[in-house]
Design a protein around this ligand. Structure first.
Ligand code: PLP
Length: 443
């Protein structure tokens, strides 16, 4: 009997698990998801490599920190722990002002940023970066905010000159905020936050600067106060290595002041409510205890490694991915979506497949045959791209394993690419490996 079993029951069924012959429907579905002819074991061994750009790998240590009984969330021990998280998120955002923690996805913190600072009818500028600038602006519109969407091509970062020009035109100062996505996870492009800050300053415009750091926080330098960002939005499931379910707004004084004028109806998101010592009110309800235990552990892990070392690790592993993609694309097959090397994100790489090939199929084959989960193309890149997430709790063999799975997947799918990307990544990692012995200390 043919033992043709994939990971999900749908795939097992489609592949004809426990049945010798595939029905027509099964054959069609199996062909569609690309597992028709392959005989797979019904047992999977080893870990699937998670390279979606969120959620990311959750370290065992962090899982263990959450594996505990529920406690009285108003008791002194948990209260002190939660308070320490509110405080210790500040060095991660590099801010002195408050950080609010929501039991919500990143969308929740997006809404909190808007609902606390703006009023229905206010105007904002959103430079288009990709799928996530589009979603944030749709949310703003749903709240009655008027969005001035500055077009972008999804392959470059934000053009600060465009922001400056648009603000300079706004003599009546009707624009209340600029909303930018630092790293757009769909495109793999990181925009320059200080450059956008300078654009606002050059136009001598009082608009708030709100930055979505969901896919950048803990992977690349972000300096809320130095860069005079008024609101920074973050989430748990990316650089911070936590499960999805927590999101954050880090807030500066100017944003808090804008909130006093805001007429947007709000309750759960309301910063004013949450600026209290009362635990139940701080979280606007029962504290998400287990995620907070996890958060405490995540912050400890980041601090133990050191923020600069965390960024350096991300940069080096991202460089390895970029080396591989560079080699794969040398003959004009697959290509980087991000056209400017300096704008390629340290957290995710978006790879375009040539016309006539299906990025979604590459993704399916990598996951189902090689145990590597990738991100798919989003929005206008749907089917035209796949994405390798490389943020969070990652090391060299994980990156090399993922790259090997992708190279194998490209081969299976017949997507044009030059082989040897993995070798190039190995060479880069070997060349940049830290020496085994600490260098002598000079006195
Ligand atoms: C840059 C960016 N912003 C916002 C979001 C939305 O976050 P969530 O899915 O947690 O609501 C995501 C999710 O991937 C993201 O990558």
């Amino acid at each position: 009997m043919k033992r043709v079993i994939g990971m999900s029951s749908a795939r097992r069924w489609a592949a004809g698990a426990r049945t010798p012959a595939l029905s027509g429907t099964r054959r069609r579905l199996a062909a569609k998801i690309g597992i028709g002819e392959i005989v797979m074991s019904h047992v999977t061994r080893g870990r699937e490599f998670l390279h979606t750009p969120g959620p990311t790998n959750i370290p065992d240590r962090l899982l263990r920190a959450m594996h505990r009984p529920a406690v009285d969330f108003s008791g002194p021990v948990f209260t002190a722990l939660a308070r320490s998280c509110f405080e210790d998120l500040k060095p991660i955002f590099r801010c002195a002002g408050p950080v609010f923690i929501y039991a919500a996805s990143g969308h929740g913190a997006w809404e909190a940023a808007l609902a606390n600072t703006l009023s229905p009818g206010d105007r904002v500028i959103v430079p288009e970066t990709g799928n996530f600038s589009a979603s944030w602006s749709r949310m703003a519109e749903a709240l009655g905010i008027v969005v001035d969407y500055l077009p972008g091509d999804w392959r470059h970062g934000i053009d600060p000159a465009m922001v400056e020009a648009r603000l300079a035109e706004d003599g009546a100062r009707t624009v209340k905020a600029v909303l930018m996505v630092h790293t757009d996870t769909a495109t793999g492009v990181t925009s320059d936050v200080p450059a956008v800050r300078r654009a606002i300053d050059n136009a001598r415009h009082p608009a708030l600067l709100m930055v979505d750091t969901i896919a950048s926080l803990g992977t690349v330098d972000f300096r809320m106060d130095d860069w005079r960002v008024d609101v920074a939005v973050g989430a748990s499931q990316k650089g911070l290595m936590l499960p999805p379910g927590l999101s954050f707004t880090a807030v500066g004084e100017k944003a808090i002041a804008a909130g006093r004028e805001s007429t947007m109806p709000r309750n759960y998101w309301d910063w004013r409510e949450r600026l209290t010592e009362a635990q139940y009110i701080r979280f606007c309800g029962t504290a998400p205890e287990h995620l907070i235990y996890g958060l405490r552990e995540a912050i400890d892990m980041v601090m133990e490694e050191g923020l600069e070392a965390v960024f350096a690790r991300h940069r080096r592993l991202a460089d390895a991915v970029r080396r591989a993609v560079g080699v794969w694309g040398e003959d004009g097959g697959v290509a980087f979506n991000a056209l400017q090397p300096a704008e390629r994100a340290n957290s995710v790489t978006t790879i375009l497949v040539p016309d006539g090939f299906d990025g979604e199929r590459v993704r399916t084959v990598c996951r189902e045959r090689f145990g590597v989960s990738l991100g798919g193309g989003l929005g206008r890149l749907e089917g035209r791209a796949f994405r390798i997430g490389h943020m969070g709790d990652l090391n060299e063999p994980m990156i090399l394993g993922a790259l090997a799975g992708v190279e194998a997947g490209l081969r299976v799918c017949g997507v044009p690419h030059r082989p040897g990307g993995v070798t190039a990544a190995i060479e880069l990692l070997a060349r940049t490996a830290a020496p085994l012995d600490p260098p002598p200390v000079r006195t």
